[in-house]
Structures are given as C-alpha cells and as structure tokens.
Design a protein around this ligand. Structure first.
Ligand SMILES: Cc1cc2nc3c(=O)[nH]c(=O)nc-3n(C[C@H](O)[C@H](O)[C@H](O)COP(=O)(O)OP(=O)(O)OC[C@H]3O[C@@H](n4cnc5c(N)ncnc54)[C@H](O)[C@@H]3O)c2cc1C
Ligand SMILES: NC(=O)c1ccc[n+]([C@@H]2O[C@H](COP(=O)([O-])OP(=O)(O)OC[C@H]3O[C@@H](n4cnc5c(N)ncnc54)[C@H](O)[C@@H]3O)[C@@H](O)[C@H]2O)c1
Length: 474
C-alpha cells in the first residue's frame, strides 16, 4: 500500500480506548507495531473517569460513615458529620485529574503508540476515518487490522416525558459536588444500588424504582433479598415490580409517576436502567455487520463474526459490546487474548482462548454481593443435576465476632454429576475477596471432595465456605 497524503498506513487501529483498548494499544505498540488509538473522549474509557474508580471511592467513603455508626455499638461513641467535599476532591484530584487523560495519553506515547483524538468510523475492511471535533477527517489503513472497543453509554428507558427531564446519569453522579436532598434512582442494577447506598449514607432521601421483581436481577435471589434489607436499613425506599409511567420536571423538582398511581418526587433523578452500546455510528455496515446490533459476535480469540458466523477479515472486538459481561475485568481479559492474536499475525501460533464459565463480578455495596459462574436457576436452566448448599455468614464464628454489618451468605452450586462447583455467591463484608477463592474453584473445576478435605483458617469469613459445602443437597 502506498501512502497518500490524507491516508495514513499503520499496523493496527484501535477504535475506542476503554480499559481493554487502552491496554491493547499500549501492548501492541510496546511489541513494535505502529499503532494508532482513536478516542473521542478520554483514554481509559468509562471505568477510570465515570465508573468503577470514582464509584468505588464514593462507596469507600460511605462505608467509612457506616462503620463509624457501627462503632458506637462496638467501641463507644463516635460523632461523624458527613461531608461530601473529601469525596468530590478525591474523585476530581486523585482519580480523574479533573477528568483529564494527559497521563494516559503519555503512557500510550511512551509505549510508542499515538492517539488520534476524534470519532472513529469503519470505512470498509481495515480502514477507519477519524473525525476530529473541528470536523477535519483523517483516514487510517491498517496492515494487521482494527480492534473495536467502543463501550456503552447510559440508556434512557422509554418513559414518557423522561427525555425532557434533566436527569443524572453515572457521569453526573460521580461529578456531584453536593448531595441532593431527595434522589430518585431509576433502575436497581449494580449502578443503581451502589450509588443509591452512597447518597443515602451521605444523607439523601433515596427511592429506588426497579421494574423487575427484585434488585440485582442477575444474582441469586437470596443475595438480592439480603441487599434489599441492607438498603432499607440505610433508609432507602426500594420499590420493585413497579413501572415508571411518566416523568416531569418543574421548579427544580422531578416527579416520577408510577403505574401504582404514586408520584415520587426528587431533587434529582439518576437513570441507571442499563446501557446502550456505542455501535450505531461505527460504520459497521461497511464491513458487513449490523449497526443496529446490541452486541457484536466474536469467536474465542475475539475475532469479529458476521451473521453467518464467518470471520470478518482483520477485525477484533473487545469489551462491553461483546455481551460477555459489562465489566472492566472482561475488557482486560479479552484485551490480552486479542493482543496475542494480533501479534501472532496468523502464524498459526496457538494463543489463549476466551472462556467465561467462571466469570466473576462484585457489586461493591455494603454488604458486597459477589458471584462467579452460574446461579442455581442458571444451572438448572442449563439442564445440570444441581445440588446447592448455603450458610448465613453471620452464623460463622467470624460473623459472630464481627457483629453489626456481618449479615450475608455463602451459596455454592454444584454440578452433581461432575462433582464440581459451577457457581458460587458470597454476600458479606469483603464478599468479593472471599469469593475469589470460589472463582478459582469454579475455574479450575476443583472437585468438591477436594474442597471439603482442605483446612480453612479459623475464624475467617472464608471458613463459611466449608459450611456451605457441608450443606450441599439436591
Ligand atoms: C458507575 C459505573 C460503575 C462501574 N463499576 C464497575 C466495577 O466496579 N467493576 C467492573 O468491572 N466494571 C464496572 N463498571 C463497568 C466498566 O466501567 C466497563 O465494563 C468498562 O469500562 C469496560 O468497558 P469497555 O472496555 O467496553 O469500554 P468503555 O470503558 O465504555 O470505553 C469505551 C471508549 O470508547 C470511546 N468510543 C466509543 N465510540 C468511539 C468511536 N466511534 N470513536 C472513538 N472513540 C469511541 C468512548 O469515548 C470510551 O472512551 C462500571 C460502570 C459504571 C458506569
Ligand atoms: N461493581 C460492578 O462490577 C459494577 C458496578 C456498576 C456497573 N457495572 C456494570 O455496568 C453495567 C450497567 O449497569 P446498570 O446498573 O446500568 O445496568 P443493568 O442492566 O445491570 O441494570 C439495570 C436495571 O434497571 C432496571 N430497569 C431497566 N429499565 C427500567 C425502567 N424503565 N424502570 C425501572 N427499572 C428499569 C432493569 O430491570 C435492571 O435491573 C452492569 O450490568 C455491570 O456489568 C458493574
């Protein structure tokens, strides 16, 4: 390919730099490829600037308040006056550098890559047109191919009037400089419950409106029930099985009318009702893919597949838009596998293949809700002969000594025919850390007999796993 003035030839183009895209672009550049990363907003994507990191800083602060309150039951009087200022400061200064990605761009350039700031659009195979904010365009053509990592944006559910209400999304919530007096949270998924608990603990009067019959629909029902009780104990109204019919805004106040006839009023409405994939303006049709798709099909090396299951030449896709779980660890996991495949360059070298049977996640509420693999219902739906075992965390010795805040559960799901765990859930303090043990058990298919035969330190929370295993029954 001979280089034309407005067409730049490179080895690899990465469109969208979520956590996985950023890592892949840097890794490919360090390996010696000529890489251009295309980003229309901030290098690093949603997680560091508007997602995981700021929300976890908010939760850390909210947990500190809750622990201070618990201290009076355990250790004497603690007077704590909540202040949002340190939270806003940590997010602005420590997490996001004022929502500035200079450091990330520098990392990419230090690795030998370069950034094209603008919106990338496929223009046929291995070809991307980048439109900068000033409207100017640059075309890149890639010898190895293109990696798509465009991520998602908050979805606005089809509630009448909602489009005319100045709502908060996660992006506004993490930039908040003060706590709203009354907050309505539309959606009881991970974003909704995490942020509801944060603002409630900082004094907001919070109502969660969830149209499904429970919060955290993807988790075990027992986990959702424990978390619901915890949120209610934080003073949150948790409304489930209700539909928001109409939203309106007047005089600084949002009103949400529910199908029960009730009108919920708030100073802010946080919409946390799922995500819309950024696939609509990527030029997917120019490579034979459907631009209205909600997810892009990929094989286990993250190579894009068309509607007939055929590989699209020189195209990889990673991150939330692959539909394998909208988590940073999925984006990063896929990034490493796709990078190995890009670097192998069709040499036939066998790299790692993606598998998701032990995919973990943790919702960082208090208590944390952590799980890996299948839920009990998921295992039954998969046609497995299922045995389950569970134990309340507060009845473990550690839970008993811990006292307030120890409520939780360990639940394990066994494929009885294979004698291995196929799923596990831990709800409790540091639930995500305890759960890591069970993720390994599911991932490595450690026989249940082996798990039962090992020694669990006394009195740890993870020792409750032994009790859950002892409870396994059909
Ligand atoms: C409030 C919140 C809390 C979260 N907490 C956690 C958590 O604790 N743990 C966890 O694992 N996950 C969490 N997530 C999810 C996590 O943020 C995402 O799964 C993660 O960011 C991975 O997304 P991604 O790689 O698909 O891309 P994203 O992070 O969505 O980034 C995609 C990037 O592509 C850019 N882009 C899109 N289209 C184009 C284009 N055409 N041209 C150029 N650039 C483009 C976007 O500007 C963006 O920077 C949270 C999300 C939210 C919103
Ligand atoms: N700790 C974590 O790992 C973490 C934290 C936050 C987000 N995330 C990721 O980000 C993704 C997006 O999070 P999310 O919470 O926005 O999405 P979600 O899709 O997981 O949950 C949205 C919830 O909103 C409900 N909902 C949808 N429309 C509604 C309506 N009109 N009225 C009331 N409720 C409605 C849904 O039933 C669902 O329970 C998550 O799936 C997760 O993968 C992860």
């Amino acid at each position: 390919m001979s280089e034309q003035p407005d067409v730049h030839e490179v080895d690899l183009i990465v469109v969208g730099t979520g956590p996985g895209g950023e890592a892949l672009a840097g890794g490919a550049a360090r390996a010696g490829l000529d890489v251009v990363a295309v980003e229309k907003h901030l290098v690093g994507g949603e997680c560091p600037y508007y997602g995981c990191i700021p929300s976890k800083m908010m939760l850390r602060a909210a947990d500190a308040l809750a622990e201070a309150h618990r201290a009076s039951e355990l250790a004497g009087d603690v007077v704590v006056t909540p202040s949002w200022a340190p939270v806003a400061r940590r997010i602005s200064e420590e997490a996001t550098a004022g929502w500035d990605d200079t450091a990330a761009v520098q990392r990419l350039e230090d690795a030998g890559g370069r950034l094209a700031r603008g919106a990338g659009r496929l223009d046929g195979l291995r070809r991307v047109v980048v439109t900068a904010d000033d409207g100017s365009t640059t075309t890149y053509v890639a010898r190895r191919g293109v990696v798509l990592n465009p991520g998602t944006r908050p979805a606005l559910p089809p509630v009448e009037g909602l489009a005319d209400v100045p709502v908060w999304t996660n992006r506004d919530a993490v930039r908040a400089t003060e706590v709203p007096g009354r907050l309505i949270v539309l959606g009881g998924g991970p974003i909704g419950v995490e942020l509801a608990q944060v603002f409630a603990r900082f004094g907001a009067q919070v109502t969660v409106v969830q149209h499904g019959d429970r919060i955290l629909a993807g988790d075990e029902p027992e986990a959702a029930a424990i978390l619901t009780d915890a949120l209610v104990a934080d003073g949150i109204r948790v409304l489930t099985g209700v539909e928001a019919e109409h939203a309106s805004y007047a005089d600084g106040q949002v009103t949400l009318r529910l199908d029960t006839g009730e009108e919920v009023r708030g100073d802010r409405l946080l919409v946390a009702a799922g995500r819309t994939p950024n696939l609509d303006d990527l030029g997917l049709e120019t490579v034979g893919l459907d631009p209205s798709a909600r997810v892009l099909d990929v094989d286990d090396r993250l190579r894009a597949l068309d509607a007939d299951g055929e590989e699209v030449d020189g195209l990889w896709v990673i991150g939330d838009v692959t539909g394998q779980g909208a988590f940073t660890h999925v984006s990063m996991y896929q990034s490493a596998i796709a990078l190995a495949d890009v670097l192998a360059d069709g040499t036939g070298e066998e790299g790692r293949r993606a598998r998701y049977d032990a995919l973990p996640h943790t919702t960082f509420t208090d208590p944390e809700v952590a799980a890996a693999g299948l839920t009990e219902a998921g295992a039954r739906d998969a046609g497995l002969r299922v045995r389950v075992g569970s134990t309340p965390l507060e009845q473990s010795s550690r839970g008993f000594t811990h006292g307030p805040g120890a409520t939780g559960i360990v639940k394990v799901v066994e494929d009885a025919d294979r004698g291995v765990l196929v799923g596990a859930t831990v709800v409790g303090p540091a639930g995500g850390e305890i759960q890591g043990f069970l993720t390994l058990a599911v991932h490595a298919a450690v026989p249940v007999a082996e798990l039962r035969g090992m020694i669990y330190a006394y009195p740890t929370f993870n020792r409750a796993i032994e009790s859950a295993l002892a409870d396994l029954h059909e």
